[in-house]
Design a protein around this ligand. Structure first.
Ligand code: ZN
Length: 181
């Protein structure tokens, strides 16, 4: 590129050219990294805060489940939804994920667990403090210092309190189509 130093316009053009080269380089580097495709986000139905991702959902049967059905969250992800009851007689539909976002809360409880061998504590939304579900941790590692489940633990989320981002977007698209027609 010919660049006459006396012409300010050319200088500016060159700077723009170099900046765009660096920007392109950065983008090329990013695409070389191995990427995990997020299937969908699980978000708090009350406030829209990110809670987990569909990729982290897994199935584990509770011997205390009153019923169990499969729910299709995404095109590729079907998740076991179980109905459980707490000692107060309140029933919940739950599904399990390996990781979730919850506030740091009270000690683990060993009583009335839905998963034998696991202690539990509640999972509350860090943003709006809605009850999102429960955290489970093997009894032997459920110590006062262990605030959140380890890789051996998991999270049970309340089906009614979680919504997927894909579903929210599909609602927004439907609304837009209705507006446009
Ligand atoms: Zn929330």
């Amino acid at each position: 590129m010919k660049c006459n130093q006396k012409h300010k316009f050319m200088q500016i053009s060159l700077i723009v050219f170099i900046v765009s080269l660096f920007a392109c380089g950065a983008r090329a580097e990013d695409t070389n990294e191995e990427e995990t495709v997020i299937e969908d986000f699980f978000i708090c139905r009350t406030c829209g805060n990110d809670v987990s991702v569909a990729n982290l959902a897994f199935d584990k049967y509770s011997p205390f489940a009153l019923s169990a059905t499969n729910h299709t969250f995404t095109d590729t992800r079907s998740v076991l939804v179980q109905e459980v009851e707490n000692p107060l007689g309140i029933r919940f539909h739950i599904f399990l994920v390996k990781q979730a976002s919850c506030i740091k809360i009270q000690p683990w409880t060993h009583k009335s667990t839905w998963f034998p061998g696991y202690a539990w504590k509640v999972c509350v939304c860090p943003k709006c403090h809605t009850l999102l579900g429960w955290m489970f941790e093997p009894v032997e590692s459920a110590t006062a210092e262990q605030h959140f489940p380890t890789h051996a633990g998991f999270y049970a989320l309340i089906f009614q309190n979680i919504i997927t981002e894909g579903y929210v977007n599909s609602l927004l698209m439907k609304e837009k189509v209705l507006r446009d027609n």
